[in-house]
Design a protein around this ligand. Structure first.
Ligand code: HEM
Length: 136
C-alpha cells in the first residue's frame, strides 16, 4: 500500500470509530495552547475551523502522494499564518495533533506501517516549513 493509501484508509477508520475528529483536534490544540483561542473568537459558527481542518487533511494526503499542490499550500498558509502571529511550532502542532488524535482513535490497529506513513508525512511538513521560514 502506498503512503497516501495508508493515510486515506486510516482516516476512514478514524471516522468510522469516532465520527468527525475535528472537535477533539481543536480541543487538544486549545488545551495545549490556550493563547490561540482568542484568534478564533470571530468564528462563532465554526466555519473557519472546519475549513482549516479539511484543508490540513487534504494537504497531508496530497503531501503523502504526488504532492501536486501540498508544498505550495503549506508554504503559503505558513506565511499567512505567520503574518497573523502563528509561530512555526504552533502551525506544525496542528498537523501533529491530527496525527495524535488518529493514532489514539485506532488504538491497537495503528500499525507500524500506518505510523511510518504519518510520521514520514509530518517530516515532509517540517521540511516545507523549515524552507519557508528560512525565506524560500
Ligand atoms: C495552531 C495552528 C494554527 C492556528 C492558530 C491557525 C489560525 C487560523 C485563524 C485564526 C484563521 C482565520 C484567519 C482569518 O479569517 O483571518 C485561519 C484560517 C485558515 N487556516 Fe489556520 N491556523 C493554524 C494552522 C493551520 C494549518 C496547519 C493549516 C494548513 C492547511 C491552516 C489552514 C488554514 C486555512 C485554509 C484557513 C482559511 C479558512 C477560511 O478562512 O475559511 N491553518 N487559521
Amino acid at each position: 500500500m502506498t503512503t497516501q493509501q495508508l493515510l486515506s484508509q486510516s482516516l476512514e477508520q478514524v471516522v468510522e470509530r469516532m465520527g468527525d475528529p475535528a472537535p477533539l483536534v481543536y480541543q487538544r490544540l486549545f488545551e495545549r495552547s490556550p493563547e490561540l483561542l482568542p484568534m478564533f473568537v470571530g468564528d462563532d459558527r465554526g466555519s473557519v475551523r472546519a475549513e482549516m481542518f479539511l484543508r490540513a487533511i487534504d494537504t497531508l494526503t496530497d503531501l503523502a502522494g504526488e504532492r501536486h499542490y501540498a508544498a505550495g499550500m503549506i508554504a503559503s498558509e505558513w506565511s499567512n499564518h505567520h503574518m497573523n502571529g502563528v509561530t512555526t511550532g504552533q502551525f506544525e502542532s496542528f498537523f501533529e495533533i491530527i496525527v495524535e488524535v488518529c493514532q489514539q482513535a485506532l488504538g491497537a490497529d495503528w500499525t507500524p506501517e500506518i505510523d511510518a506513513a504519518w510520521r514520514g508525512t509530518l517530516a515532509r511538513v517540517t521540511d516545507v516549513t523549515a524552507r519557508a521560514s528560512a525565506g524560500g
